[in-house]
Write a protein that binds this ligand. Sequence first.
Ligand SMILES: [Fe+2]
Ligand SMILES: [Fe+2]
Length: 351
Amino acid sequence: MVNTPTKPEIKAASKETVLTPRFYTTDFQTAASLDLSAQEAELKVMLQEMQADYNRHHFVRDEAFEQSWEHIDGEARQAFIEYLERSCISEFSGFLLFKELSRKLKNRSPLLAEIFQLMARDEARHAGFLNKAMGDFKLSLDLATVTKTRTYTFFPIEWVIYTVYLSEKIGYWRYIIIYRHLEKHPENQFYPIFRYFESWCQDENRHGDIFKALLRSQPQLWNNWKARLWSRFFLLSVFATHTMTVHERAGFYHSLGLNATEFDRQVVYETNETAGRAFPVKLNTEHPKFFPRLHRCSDYNMKLLEIDRSSEPIVVKLIRKLPWITAIVWNLLLVYLIKPIDTEALRGTVR
Ligand SMILES: [Fe+2]
Ligand SMILES: [Fe+2]
């Protein structure tokens, strides 16, 4: 019997929470007036890399996708769909921001405008590929509606540079660690998308390098005490969000044969090491309290989810949640206060 293809159902985007990927907007005037001269040569090299478009033919679905995916069911199916949706939204959020930057900088900063346009090209491919994967599960995200209905968070361009740099690099590590794990354990590769992660993550790596050049072109982002405090803040927020989301979705990582805690630890460790090349500090992830405190936060976050799922009135939920929220903030503050590692000083020694 031939399966008649059914039109995928449009999936309403999941509720926004503190941990869902955000949509950003920024001060485009300031972005246009950034003085890039200190890193111009580097940025021009990156532009050539982007123009080379190494992944031009990469995001093409092969025959491995052409089968029924009904055997992935129950919790594993739910967890995988959530993973696809979250990834799709986060790739798409990158697309929107880069597209807008490219549009607004067109006349005032042509080099950046072109780079952003090519980054938007990559993110559109990534989001599209993920949305097609959702189609295999008879769902699809209506990205046009998502664009209109999501709330956009305003970030000054400096914050955009810190956070996008980190999200590109953490994205790189997430994709490559999953890819390498599945290379060793092909029996856990339950869906073909993971095979695409090796070249895919190179896009994210390049995007991260572009943001590194942007960051290093602005000395005020790394040569003073304020920059060190902000760097610590953004490193910790990205890592804490990662730890909590990975543990929320432990089931998905389990279905890949990965231990969520170990996966999270590896991603955070590697991203922190990489970030040390761009940021004036990196966090001391080897401190004996570093991961235990982050894990405490993710345990408390699970309590919050449990309360959210209950049918009590909102006020009652809020009162019950307050102590857990306080405990998360307190533990994050303690991690924030762990003495970081001065990477500018390390750079000095190497030279
Ligand atoms: Fe991407
Ligand atoms: Fe990216």
